[in-house]
Write a protein that binds this ligand. Structure first.
Ligand code: RM4
Ligand code: MN
Length: 393
């Protein structure tokens, strides 16, 4: 049996990072449905992110996306976040929304475009210096649509060259997180399509280069927890982009469609001792980020719900009786081993989490408390005029 106190202590230290873009308008390539009261600028996004932290107590960091969150004074944005009890997290680069990037960014055959993309990545490191961010998160839309369109291997060389230049620019304590995605927007080849490619590049660069696992970026049926276990073993799991998908990368709420998968992933993290900094295998720390958009549901409560979904899976993973599991595994008792895992997964951890929140001075039900607070009505009445933040597609 695992003690409730130990579980609660671990949960108190586990932090979840919120995406600034979850608070702005978003949609599909078919339609963006605007919502009233959404932020007009990154400062208002930080205000909304702070609400999520206020009611969950475990989400004190907001990642930004450049240029969506471009401001004149990043130190001022950082100070604004601090004033709200949160801080600025990963800086996400964007080299996929410019006409120049039609044939790719740092893998583009044209050296002029590669240079432009690299300059943006370096600018993102300057921003990290100003915000005090640890992580630069890189996702590339680069790839090709047709066989023969470009040289697959040459594109890898261009990629390695640009990554090395960015890596050399990182300061002390800063990291580069490289994200992979199996396809889209490129449909024939993608330059960083899988964890193997990302890992090879990160290994060539050095310790500060780490892989990001976006849960939505795999083919259906892929065993994501296996990838997580392998990356943890290699000391190369930099973080997660959590979301939920059913078909392709649809950035829905984490734990919505397949909470069991999330539990299996968190079981690997807990087992490896990588849940929070200071644990044996956490290294510089795995970043537990959400990468989500809320196209049809209200955004702040959806973020709160997502944080709770992650927390529930972490709590269940912490409840796994590690000794009983190991004994059953070593005895070759297949059914008993599976039962140990399922016992933890099938535990209703909601009462424990409600109790934990009360111990932390929070309301037991964060969504209910947020809805009762009047904040949703306040932003609708106050945020009139200006241009609602959007992901710009
Ligand atoms: C990508 C990837 C990145 C995100 C962009 C907007 O699919 O998941 O993390 O920044 O979308
Ligand atoms: Mn992502």
């Amino acid at each position: 049996m695992v003690g409730q106190k130990a579980v609660k202590d671990a949960l108190r230290q586990h932090q979840i990072e919120l995406p600034s873009w979850a608070f702005g308008n978003s949609g599909t390539r078919f339609k963006v449905f605007g919502q009233p009261g959404v932020p007009r600028d990154p400062y208002e996004k930080a205000d909304d992110a702070a609400q999520v932290h206020k009611y969950t107590g475990v989400a004190p960091v907001m990642a930004v996306h450049i240029p969506w969150d471009k401001v004149d004074d990043y130190a001022a944005l950082s100070a604004h976040a601090h004033g709200n009890g949160i801080k600025i997290g990963a800086v996400n680069a964007n080299v996929f929304q410019d006409d120049d990037y039609k044939l790719g960014s740092i893998c583009n055959p044209d050296p002029r475009v590669r240079k432009k993309a690299l300059a943006h990545l370096l600018e993102c490191v300057d921003i990290m210096d100003a915000t005090g961010s640890r992580d630069l998160k890189l996702w590339f839309a680069d790839g090709t649509n047709y066989p023969g369109q470009d040289d697959i291997a040459a594109r890898q060389d261009r990629l390695a060259e640009a990554l090395a230049a960015v890596y050399a620019r990182l300061g002390d304590g800063q990291r580069m997180l490289l994200e992979y995605k199996l396809f889209e927007p490129s449909f024939y080849t993608t330059d960083v399509p899988d964890w193997g490619t990302a890992l090879l590049h990160c290994q060539a660069l050095g310790e500060a280069a780490q892989v990001v696992v976006d849960t939505g970026h795999h083919a259906p049926g892929v065993n994501i927890e296996f990838i997580v276990a392998m990356l943890l073993k290699a000391g190369k799991l930099g973080g997660f982009d959590f979301n939920s998908r059913f078909y392709a990368d649809d950035d829905l709420m984490v734990g919505a469609a397949d909470p069991f998968q999330l539990f299996r992933i968190m079981h690997e993290v807990v087992k490896a001792g990588a849940l929070y900094p200071g644990q044996p295998s956490s290294g510089p720390g795995v970043a537990f980020m959400l990468d989500q958009c809320h196209n049809i549901e209200p955004k702040i409560p959806a973020q709160i719900r997502s944080v709770m979904n992650v927390q529930e899976s972490v709590a269940k993973a912490l409840l796994v009786d590690a000794a009983a599991l190991r004994d059953a595994q070593l005895a070759g008792d297949v059914l008993a081993a599976n039962a140990v895992l399922m016992d933890a997964y099938n535990t209703d951890v909601r009462p424990l989490l409600a109790e934990l929140r009360e111990e932390m001075g929070l309301a037991p039900d964060p969504v209910k408390a947020y809805l009762a607070s009047g904040y949703a009505e306040k932003i609708v009445s106050e945020r009139v005029g200006g241009t609602a933040a959007s992901w710009g597609a």
